[in-house]
Design a protein around this ligand. Sequence first.
Ligand code: MTE
Ligand code: MO
Length: 375
Amino acid sequence: DPYRFDPDRHPALKRNTEKPFNAESPPELLVDNFITPSSLFFVRNHLPVPEVDMKKYRLVIEVQGKKPISLSLQDLKKKYKKHTITATLQCAGNRRKEMSSQRPVKGLSWTFTAISNAEWSGVLLVDVLKAAGVSLDDPKNCHVQFEGLDKDESNNPYGASVPIEIAMNPFREVLLAYEMNGEDIPTDHGYPVRVICPGIAGARNVKWLSKIVVSPDESPSFWQQRDYKSFSPSIDWDTADFSKSPALQDFPITSAICVPSAGQKIDGEDGEITLKGYAWSGGGRGIMRVDISADGGKTWQVASLQKPGQRPYQEWSWTLWEVDVPIPEGFKGNMELICKAVDSSHNVQPDSVAGIWNLRGLMNNSWHRINVEVN
Ligand code: MTE
Ligand code: MO
């Protein structure tokens, strides 16, 4: 069984597929914790969890024209300074289900909690690359490729890459992380070392990291070349040319209502509904405001934000928000609740899926709408 190294998982995770294992975080628990407990952190595995033999484990770093470097976990911890960040990780397919309800798309049917927030510790990728002799003056150093220990049936490892401008920017704080929430990274999240590229599509945050290659080219992996890319709403599988679409990197602004849940029955006599959710943007942009509407977008109420207090351009964490929405006197029946957020660059969310629909169902950041039943 190729899945024999898969670990046990928390029963509260909302399972999507078992083999490979894919699960969302439970929404009501998610918004109760600024830091998602590791056992409730969403899991996105494309392949079986690999076997890791720590006696043999080495992280190999290849730079053109230099001798390759090979580091054990101990070497990594001893040679480089420990660095900690709090960062949200989101799958680019988060909220795909809403997109496919407009028109079918290909991919896992995620609702809105393929997103979680954790504290990550490790070493700065830029420190390791500098020590490996990578020069920013060499125009051939364009991309930093990552390879995981997990392999598909043809023995190809999971892989991804990010541009060198991000990988070697100390302010971007890209980590080779070996701790999650103060402990060794759990098996499902990439033990012993994973990439944390804050603000960037989950897919580039390679788990079970075995190799780093500095190259003129992007990662040759399927997931970099032919998967995590977006297209115009009118492109279908016959016309999609993956070679012409850029690989997804920084995330756009998004938000979602986690409490109440869709279809929930609300007692009208309470006079108000308490809404809770998250808002997050990529690229280190923070959340400036979250607006809530209970009348289809005619009027808006501003939510109170639990600001993470991170530095500008390094706002890697989500912002949890809360608001009490009044129920008009005597109101009964279906009530649509909408949330939308504004980030620190004044980017906003599109009001519907129509203009951003794409055949892979990626980057759905439209206004989040749910219906509740007021009795
Ligand atoms: N790394 C490896 N080696 N294998 C994978 O399947 N999945 C990627 C990324 N890194 C993946 C990987 C995707 S698509 C996402 S969204 C994140 O890991 C999910 O990280 P998590 O499982 O820790 O939540
Ligand atoms: Mo993902």
